[in-house]
Write a protein that binds this ligand. Structure first.
Ligand code: UGA
Length: 347
């Protein structure tokens, strides 16, 4: 009998992890080793015979090595991916995103496991290319006191180390770069600390009838990509038919969903009145303009635009992102209504 593929997911309770685990259990016969500090987003799967849950800190070397030794494919998804924390706690970002994750990559090299590494669109930094190309674009970061870049610098150095391990020591890998993946479960909608990323931040403001802050006027643009489209691509990378994804770097993003942050705020305010909870205070919600220094702190710097080149991703993986921004926001709103209903019931 053919052995089931065993997929190890670090950060399984996080935004990407929870959606990936759900999809693997639904659509494949793979076995999942899931590790995270928290498990609240995975509780629906408790008791599933193809899932093993571990209370895992990626700095627990003994546990990490034990899990890696049992896996066929390893996805180190645990990390900090919120710009506010790059500035307020850069050393923690370095220790988790770079140091702890590099150890996992080295475990994969030593134990000959395939690693699927979550890089980031942030590595392209302030590139002025119309589309960011994984093999051709320069990676453009600001000066050292602009702390925002500690995340991108760490991620891109791991990208380079993985590439060298692949070329010189036979590491099997695929690197993927998420471009503003969005959907339910990205950050905590009740978090008022200013840490959540833009969609959760704005949804929380609408829920509470607070202020939507457009940093530096909200003219900067991102290419938003709905999580279900992203997971489609990740599943194909894990499958790796004919080893098509081996030693490749893929952008995973939707260039057709390129919008300014101001447009996102306006679209959310237009949609909110159709959703319970969100409709309650949306009339009180105000859009205001703020400075990046005030919102994030002095170490912030931003990119004006960010659009992925995805022709190679589409061709190799037979993948095409389908969900436009409006549909993505509607799905996200509906999923949060579901969560708020559950919270209401458990009061
Ligand atoms: C994100 C994060 O670094 C990572 O999650 C990830 O690696 C990468 O980019 C990605 O997902 O591609 P960023 O796009 O700046 O960085 O993330 P957000 O915090 O969602 O901010 C997006 C834009 O909205 C920025 O221009 C920011 O200044 C603006 N913003 C954010 C506001 O105008 N108001 C807010 O309240 C929050």
């Amino acid at each position: 009998m053919k052995k089931r593929k065993t997929i190890l997911v670090f950060g399984a309770n996080g935004f990407i992890g929870q959606h990936l685990v759900r999809r693997i259990l639904k659509d494949t016969d793979w076995y999942v080793l899931a590790s995270d500090l928290k498990q609240n987003h995975l509780k629906e799967h408790r008791g599933n015979s193809r899932l093993e849950l571990h209370d895992g800190n990626i700095r627990n070397r003994k546990l990490v090595r034990k899990l890696v030794s049992r896996a066929d494919v390893v996805l180190p998804l645990a990390g900090i991916a919120t710009p506010k924390i790059y500035i307020t706690n850069p050393l923690l970002v370095h220790e988790i995103d770079f140091e702890a994750n590099l150890e996992i990559v080295r475990d994969c090299l030593e134990m000959k496991k395939r690693v699927i590494w979550a890089s980031t669109s942030e590595v392209y930094g302030m590139s002025t290319d119309k589309e960011f190309h994984p093999l051709e674009s320069n990676l453009v970061m600001g000066p050292i006191h602009k702390m925002r870049w500690i995340y991108a610098a760490g991620k891109s150095l791991v990208d380079r180390i993985i590439f060298a391990y692949g070329r010189d020591r036979g590491l099997e890998y695929t690197i993927f770069r998420p471009f503003n993946w969005i959907g339910y479960g990205q950050d905590d909608i009740h978090d008022t600390s200013g840490k959540p990323r833009v969609i959760t931040q704005f949804l929380g403001s609408i829920l509470r009838g607070g202020k939507i802050e457009l940093v530096d006027g909200g003219s900067n643009r991102r290419s938003f990509t709905y999580i279900d489209d992203c997971i489609d691509a990740l599943i194909k990378i894990i499958e790796n038919k004919k080893r098509i994804a081996s030693k490749k770097i893929y952008n995973i993003g939707n260039p057709k969903n390129n919008h300014s942050i101001k447009e996102v705020a306006e679209m959310l305010l237009e949609l909110a009145p159709s959703y319970p909870y969100f409709k309650d205070h949306c009339k009180e919600t105000r859009i205001v303009i703020t400075g990046s220094g005030k919102h994030y702190g002095e170490g912030y710097q931003d990119m004006i635009n960010r659009t992925p080149y995805i022709r190679n991703t589409k061709k190799d993986l037979g993948w095409n992102p389908k969900v436009n921004l409006r549909q993505a926001l509607k799905k996200t709103l509906a999923a949060y209504v579901e969560e708020l209903n559950q919270e209401e019931k458990s009061k």
